[in-house]
Write a protein that binds this ligand. Structure first.
Ligand SMILES: *Cc1c(COP(=O)(O)O)cnc(C)c1O
Length: 390
């Protein structure tokens, strides 16, 4: 049986402060920390190659754990150093031509949008944003109207970085596939907080990061690519791990998603990513999802009672990200005042999700994201501090 005290004892950082930034960079649990530090120590004793060889089985198991977490098979997972790397390596592997269209979301994350614009500039493709509907979700009717045979890729952000909404996936996949477009799901803010099953959802690829809701070390992330698709696309970077030099003028890419990986990597961080996935599987994604949703709903409901506080979350289906502004206070000033009381929140600024923030006339929002290890009294402290803002 899970109890909060146990989960909190496993999370040294949460005892010293009210930590509400799991959407930014969460606190890794003790087993993740021990795995990473233990491996760094071992590398210092025997060298990186021997240390990695000793953990070969555990390294192979990282992909197995991540696959279990999202309903994939291990061969469909490529370990990456960030979500942005995963997203951009996948998109770069799609050979766009002049006149091809890339559709992004109105809540697209800046790094994805920049990569899409970069690819478009290099290939003559175009980038267009699918608007959000009045509730803030991706506008399915607009998407339907925009789709044609020139659309090669639809980038769908599952949960935006700047607000609590959850976008529908299946409906987007059905529409896109009807027109032969691929769907790349940015699941950065959902893997680890919301159950995801790629085999049910039918997305062609998914990118995500380790350090947010998964509570893995920094510098980790992964890419999922559908099996038949991965064999038909070649990543822009290949090496002796992702491909084999078979004859003087020949090479053969790996048959599975590992064709997206490079040989060199932070082995300790990868083992830490595996430990984080196992930790979550041990807790159960349903438990995590329920606990996160409860905390977010409580924060929303109590924040909305505070005078001068405006909740900024859209959507009908809500995630663990709570965003708000305070009348007359710059979001950065709110963050600093809370930080002085050992309460960690962050600011989601205009340029991170430019289209959406512009459309809503927002420069920045305060973002509070509570993981399952956040206690009721942590939330009390946070709400009192917001009520007491000067
Ligand atoms: C954080 C975030 C990213 C980028 O993740 P990195 O690991 O920093 O590359 C992409 N999309 C969304 C929605 C995010 O919140």
């Amino acid at each position: 049986m899970l109890d909060l005290e146990h989960l909190r004892r496993d999370t040294p950082g949460c005892l010293e402060r009210v930590f509400l930034d799991s959407a930014g960079s969460s606190l890794p649990p003790q087993p993740v920390l021990a795995t990473v530090i233990g491996h760094l120590r071992r590398e210092a004793q025997v060298g990186g190659y021997v240390a990695a060889a000793e953990r070969a089985d555990d390294l192979a198991a990282v992909r197995v754990s991540l696959a279990r977490l999202i309903g994939a098979s291990p061969g469909q997972i490529a370990l990456m150093d960030s979500a942005t790397r995963a997203w951009s390596e996948f998109v770069s592997a799609i050979g766009f031509g002049s006149g091809d269209r890339i559709l992004i979301s109105q809540v697209e994350y800046a790094s994805n949008a920049i990569t899409a614009l970069h690819r478009a500039r290099a290939t003559g493709a175009t980038v267009e944003a699918v608007p959000s509907d009045p509730k803030g979700r991706i506008d399915l009717e607009a998407l339907d109207r925009m789709l044609d045979e020139r659309v090669r890729l639809v980038s769908l952000v599952h949960v935006p970085t700047n607000g609590g909404l959850i976008n529908p996936i299946r409906e987007v996949v059905e529409l896109a596939h009807r027109h032969g477009a691929l769907v790349l799901l940015d699941a950065c803010q959902s893997v680890g907080q919301i159950p995801i099953d790629v085999s049910m959802l039918g997305v062609d690829a998914l990118s995500t990061t380790g350090r947010k809701w998964l509570r893995a070390p920094r510098g980790t992330g992964f890419l999922y690519v559908r099996e038949e698709l991965v064999r038909s696309i070649e990543p822009s970077a290949l090496d002796l791990h992702s491909a084999e030099w078979t004859a003087p003028g020949e090479y053969r890419p790996a048959p599975d998603a590992t064709r997206f990986e490079l040989f060199e990597c932070d082995v300790a961080a990868r083992l830490g990513l595996g430990a984080a996935a196992e930790y979550l599987l041990g807790i159960g994604i349903d438990y995590a999802a329920g606990a996160i949703a409860d905390r977010a709903e409580r924060m929303r409901s109590d924040l909305s009672d505070l005078r001068g506080v405006t909740l900024r979350d859209l959507g009908t289906d809500r995630s663990g990200i709570v965003t708000f502004t305070v009348d007359g206070s710059d979001p950065h000033e709110v963050r600093e005042q809370l930080a002085r009381k050992q309460i960690t929140v962050t600011v989601s600024g205009r340029s991170s999700t430019l289209l959406d923030m512009q459309a809503r006339g927002l420069d920045g929002v305060v973002r509070a994201s509570a993981h399952y290890f956040v206690s009721d009294s942590d939330i009390d402290r946070f709400l009192t501090a917001v009520a007491d803002l000067e």
